[in-house]
Design a protein around this ligand. Structure first.
Ligand code: HPA
Length: 237
């Protein structure tokens, strides 16, 4: 049934088949303002802005996911299940668990490991790793080569907790599960895609490094995340 509880769109075709999902509504606005033409804003509910436009003449949408798995869980489910969306590409920031990764490196998630109960509660999935769509990933990899932007293909950690009492725990997650970066959404997005027969991928830019404690500022982030955006935007159809 549309409109859904969290997206105020009355017609299916308003949202493109491929949606880019940054966490931050202002980043969704930045992408629409900077890169898209013929832009129509389709969502304002809770200030979770969504836009449809064209990139190099091809249709694409961009809508914020909010932070964390419960939030992206809601928005991605509604987009996939009620609005005919086929592909969601999360574009977000991440913290690095290794000094081998530098600030602003671009990561393409092979899969996401999580201690979250999201997939178990949502659909009885009882493992702790979920893969990204291999089809979307090969397209994104090919695009990144064409654009000359290096991407690191990694297993990522989707965490429910940003501020842990035990900061050092990340070392165990790196060692035991092979996750090289941490973010907070991909595991739920990949799960929803899987149960609904849709496709999801996740591109990330390193915004902080837990080992070296280097950080980016929010202005720097806005600017320098354009590499990841340019890769994802080429998925417009
Ligand atoms: N933890 C979780 N999510 C993040 C981080 C982090 O350190 N950095 C960017 N997104």
């Amino acid at each position: 049934m549309i409109p859904t509880a969290h997206i105020e769109v009355k017609e299916k075709g308003t949202i493109a088949k491929t949606v880019l999902m940054p966490g931050d509504p202002l980043r969704a606005k930045f992408i629409a303002d900077t890169f898209l033409e013929n832009v129509e804003k389709f969502n304002n509910v809770r200030n979770v802005f969504g836009y449809t436009g064209t990139y190099k003449g091809r249709k694409i949408s961009v809508m914020a996911s909010g932070m964390g798995m419960p939030s992206i869980g809601i928005y991605s489910y509604e987009l996939f299940n009620f609005y005919g969306v086929e592909n969601i590409i999360r574009i977000g920031s991440c913290g690095a668990y290794t000094s081998d990764l530098n600030l602003y490196d671009v990561i393409l998630a092979n899969d996401a490991w999580s201690e979250s109960t999201y997939a178990k509660v949502q659909g009885g999935y009882d493992k702790d790793v979920i893969e990204a769509s291999s089809e979307l990933n090969s397209k994104l990899e090919k695009i990144s080569e064409e654009l000359g932007i290096k991407v690191h293909k990694e297993r990522i950690h989707s965490s429910d907790v940003f501020y842990r009492e035990s900061f050092e725990e990340y070392k165990e997650i790196y060692k035991n599960h092979g996750c090289t970066v941490v973010e907070m959404e991909a595991f739920a997005l990949f799960h929803n895609a899987k149960v609904l027969g849709k496709n999801a991928a996740c591109l990330l830019t390193v915004s902080d490094n837990l080992v070296t404690q280097e950080l980016t500022t929010s202005e720097e982030r806005q600017e320098s995340f354009t590499n990841m955006m340019k890769i994802a935007l080429e998925m417009a159809e």
